[in-house]
Ligand binder design. Structure first.
Ligand SMILES: Cc1cc2nc3c(=O)[nH]c(=O)nc-3n(C[C@H](O)[C@H](O)[C@H](O)COP(=O)(O)OP(=O)(O)OC[C@H]3O[C@@H](n4cnc5c(N)ncnc54)[C@H](O)[C@@H]3O)c2cc1C
Length: 427
């Protein structure tokens, strides 16, 4: 059996391990920290007496690669599934983007025409654009940012603000001014045209570690895969019949194939064989996500989550007995103190009738400074495929060239592509 070592225990590395096991290979996965999960992680907070995520994550029905890592039973027990597109918004007043359960894809048109912020003509313009994207007859998106491309394709400011911006900020964690229109078109196809459930929102039933990570870890180890924690890879050397992976603790592990499933910035810190063509001086740019978990005796929010318009806050999720507030593309918050951040967020929660009082019983602020790479028009040049110029060394991670933005789905797909590359002819 081929000895394959995976470096990095985020979703990409875990996905690679699951796919290798399906091909009969029992990999060794090396994770530098004490637990797997990477950017999908949770920790216990005594003030909340609960596990909190590093940031609320949503999945979607179009996350086929991610869902394929789980059995049907696990999907039902770990995730809250919905039957159709349903997103509640607040602009002060509440309104909903909701598709009926039946008549896909016609139900998407019904959702648009019923969505209050849009006029009839605006809904029609959005629908035409979606159909042109599906048929590949919109104006060429490559090399353009989304706002320019949307305007070229008949989308006015109101449509951009109330329909496309929440989608872009949520899925791409960047602004319409920066987002690459090519990646955006791919998302539109994935979300709206990959089957009747593709546009549905899927929420983890509990924290990320128990909903996603621990289920995958258990699957891997029960089938003979091994996960070593606190095992940071620092160097890969070529050996006669493959490679040796040197760990920070001095241990050396031999492998016939190595999958590097680490973020781009972490890849630059590993000493790689000299003839491996990877420019370790270059890197993607990254974008923040700010998460604020809030406990209060006066939570008024009835919806499971809500998007806010005309607000610095993008999403508020109603977890069991606390709120998780999300601000994407949050670079401007990175140097603010907790009190400064709360003084921006709390008035918004009061204004949108999410909280009844400014008095909090607990709060926890998490700034993920390199939450995702920025999927701008330069990013595609910096994304690398699973195969390298070296037989036996492969790349995975949400930043690799999957065509998707930095998401759980992109990471899961990259893991499969790397696992398949191990078996590709000549490798
Ligand atoms: C706050 C936040 C909110 C998000 N929200 C969403 C969302 O709603 N929906 C969505 O789909 N996506 C979301 N994302 C993005 C998603 O979390 C990531 O795209 C995905 O988890 C990336 O997985 P990965 O395996 O590619 O990388 P990572 O999760 O970064 O995993 C890489 C792993 O490699 C390990 N590692 C690094 N260097 C070494 C080394 N030298 N040796 C050994 N191990 C090493 C790291 O410790 C880490 O565990 C969000 C991200 C954040 C931070």
């Amino acid at each position: 059996m081929k000895k394959v070592v995976i470096i990095g225990g985020g979703i990409a590395g875990l996905s690679a391990a699951v796919h290798l096991l399906r091909k009969g290979i029992q990999p060794l996965l090396l994770e530098s920290t004490k637990k797997a999960g990477g950017r999908t992680t949770s920790f216990f907070d005594p003030n909340f007496n609960s596990y909190l995520d590093n940031g609320q994550h949503i999945l979607m029905g179009c996350y086929k690669e991610t869902l394929s890592l789980f059995s049907q039973v696990e999907i039902k027990s770990n995730f809250i599934l919905n039957e159709s597109l349903h997103i509640d918004y607040s602009d002060g007043e509440r309104y909903t983007l909701k598709a009926p359960r039946y008549f896909y894809p016609l139900n998407l048109a019904i959702a648009l025409f019923r969505y209050k912020p849009l006029s009839f003509n605006e809904s029609l313009a959005a629908l035409f654009l979606m159909m042109r994207v599906l048929a590949n007859i919109s104006s060429r998106p490559s090399g353009k940012n989304v706002v320019v491309w949307l305007k070229e394709n008949g989308q006015n400011d109101n449509l951009i603000k109330y329909l496309w911006t929440p989608l872009i900020i949520g899925a791409m964690n960047t602004s319409v001014e920066k987002a690459d229109a090519g990646i955006f078109c791919k998302i539109v196809k994935e979300i709206f045209f990959r089957g009747k459930l593709s546009s549905t929102i899927i929420l983890p039933k509990s924290d990320l570690q128990s909903s996603l990570v621990q289920t995958l870890e258990a699957k891997i180890t029960s089938e003979g895969g091994v996960i070593n924690y606190s095992s940071q890879a620092v160097r890969i050397n070529k050996k006669d019949n493959g490679f040796s992976v040197l760990l920070k603790n001095g241990e050396e592990i031999s492998a016939e194939a190595v999958i590097l499933a680490v973020p781009r910035h972490a890849l630059n810190k590993i000493a790689l064989p000299e003839d491996l063509v990877i420019d370790q001086q270059s890197d993607l740019t990254y974008s923040n996500i700010l998460s604020v978990h809030i406990k209060s005796d006066e939570i008024l929010l009835r919806e499971s989550f809500i998007g806010l318009h005309n607000s610095p806050v993008h999403w508020v999720f109603h977890n069991e007995d606390f709120l998780s507030v999300v601000i994407s593309d949050a670079d401007e918050y990175k140097d603010l103190s907790d009190q400064e951040i709360l003084s921006i967020i709390i008035p918004e929660l009061l204004r949108h009738n999410i909280l009844g009082s400014e008095k909090l019983t607990a709060y926890r602020i998490i700034k993920e400074k390199r939450a995702t790479f920025v999927p701008d028009i330069n990013s595609s040049k910096l994304r690398l495929p699973a195969r390298t110029n070296q037989k036996g060394i492969y790349l995975a991670g949400d930043w690799t060239d999957t065509g998707l933005p930095a998401t759980i789905e992109g990471a899961a797909l990259s893991g499969r592509l790397a696992a398949e590359a191990v078996f590709s002819p000549g490798h």
